[in-house]
Design a protein around this ligand. Structure first.
Ligand code: NDP
Length: 448
């Protein structure tokens, strides 16, 4: 066994022994480590500096009690977290997730991924993530407000515009960011740069709501064009129907594709005429209702219970935009058999390790989350810049910057893969490029 292989394996064994119950976190680590051998062979100093062990340990994990009163006057208690993973490149940056499944493992996997995603944007931001096992679904606005106020009463002790700047994620949209910001301001001061994803009226950026979905489609279009294809006339499957899915649907449609599927955690819609963006947004954002309502109102749509990745019809491109581990190996095989030749990830870690293996074995065009969904955090960093400058850039200006950033990310993944003789392995290309940047920044700052 080579020195590098031994180093990777022993580091992973150590991480597994110290975090035995953190399945999602260990999966994200394993996915990264599987691609790092060539760069560690080329840089013996990374072994001497024991950079892997340093990078895998979060700088700080904060966990706290979030008590709040529900609409019946009963006191409820949730658990809040902030994982401040790595600040080698800039202040911690990453979203807040409110979902009943949230635990330390999920937030560590998300925070870990965020370090590399953020550095790929080329903007000066470190990696973090946070959230709570609170479920906003079915709660009244007043309940969500009371929860957000309690959550921020504690979180505000640990964040700041040059320290840690949270944003949204699953279950945290403009409503939640508004309540969180209001409480921060009440306890501290008006400082727009402490949260991103804010409504426009108090420091938000144009194109931030669209950024992750649009960025995903821009990245994918670059990947398609580099391989002689494009979105035009392609049939697309999207999972999820939240923020990322909605704007991926809108941009892919604008580029000439037909998006025939979206989903939620209960089921999915198939509409061969193309999903109607306006109706979807009306149902999900204004009415906060389920996809069954879409099917009830649109004659051409059919609703099915279960996972959209079990749909057995022809398609060309798949854009998972819901949650982690939504695609397994069996589903990946079926997608490819049904014609899918390109898959790019809007969600974080939507493909399990078996699915990634299948993509590689079948040589499909695969855009990994770290690279493909970095548009959201990129525009969040542009929101921070605008807040510092006390300026607001136009829609066109932010959109152009987003397009440039996504093109650069694709080019970085592609040229790094080529440099290391890895063909079209954009996962390895993105991982290696990001890893080198973070490792070099850490080493330059000494053992801290
Ligand atoms: P939203 O809360 O707006 O939407 C989430 C969507 O995914 C909903 O349709 C939801 O369905 C579905 N979903 C959530 N959990 C599950 C599950 N366990 N099984 C099946 N479906 C599920 O979140 P976002 O659109 O913001 O986030 C989606 C993904 O994109 C996440 O992985 C997130 O980390 C990632 N991402 C988000 C960014 C952003 O800027 N918002 C940036 C980069 C990545 P239901 O309504 O039934 O729960």
């Amino acid at each position: 066994m080579s020195r590098v292989t031994d180093y990777i394996q022993s580091t992973f064994q150590d991480v597994r022994a110290r975090n035995p119950h953190e399945a999602e976190y260990l999966q994200a680590v394993e996915e990264l480590l599987a691609t790092l051998e060539p760069v560690l062979e080329a840089h013996p100093e990374y072994l001497e500096e024991n950079i892997l062990a340093r990078m895998l340990e979060p700088e700080r994990v904060i966990s706290f009690r979030v008590p709040w009163t529900d609409k019946d006057g009963k006191v409820q208690v949730n658990r809040g977290y902030r994982v401040q993973y790595n600040s080698a490149v800039g202040p911690y940056k990453g979203g807040l997730r409110f979902h009943p499944s949230v635990n330390q493992s999920i937030l560590k996997f998300l925070g870990f991924e965020q370090i590399f995603k953020n550095v790929l944007t080329g903007l000066p931001i470190g990696g973090g993530k946070g959230g709570s096992d609170f479920d906003p679904k079915g709660k009244t606005d007043a309940e969500v407000m009371r929860f957000c106020q309690s959550f921020m009463s504690e979180l505000q002790k640990h964040i700041g515009p040059s320290l840690d700047v949270p944003a949204g994620d699953i279950g945290v949209g403009a409503r939640e960011i508004g309540y969180l910001y209001g409480q921060y301001k009440r306890l501290r001061q008006f400082d727009a740069g402490v949260l991103t994803g804010k409504p426009l009226a108090f420091g938000g950026s144009l194109i931030r709501p669209e950024a992750t979905g649009y960025g995903l489609v821009y990245f994918t279009e670059n990947m398609l064009q580099a391989n002689g294809k494009s979105f035009k006339d392609q049939t697309v499957l999207i999972s999820g129907s939240g923020n990322v899915a909605q704007y991926a649907l809108q941009k892919a449609t604008q580029l000439g594709a037909t998006v025939i599927a979206v989903s939620d955690s209960n089921g999915y819609i198939i509409d061969e005429n193309g999903i109607d963006f306006d109706l979807l947004v009306e149902i999900k954002e204004k009415r906060r209702a389920r996809l069954t309502e879409y099917a009830a109102e649109k004659a051409s749509a059919r609703y099915y219970e279960g996972s959209v990745w079990d749909y057995q019809g022809p398609a060309d491109i798949a854009l998972p935009c819901a949650t982690q581990n939504e695609i397994n190996g069996t589903q990946a095989k079926a997608l490819i058999q049904n014609g899918v030749y390109c898959l790019a990830e809007g969600a974080n870690m939507p493909s399990d390790l078996d699915a990634i293996k299948i993509y590689k074995e079948n040589d499909i065009l695969y855009g990994p989350a770290k690279a493909a969904n970095a548009g959201g955090v990129a525009v969040s960093a542009l929101e921070m810049s605008q807040n510092s400058l006390r300026l607001s850039w136009t829609k066109e200006e932010v959109d152009q910057r987003l397009q440039d950033i996504m093109e650069n990310i694709f080019t970085t993944a592609k040229t790094t893969a080529e440099t290391y003789n890895l063909g079209k392995d954009y996962l390895a290309g993105a991982n290696i490029a990001a890893f080198e940047e973070v490792a070099n920044a850490m080493i330059a700052q000494g053992v801290v």
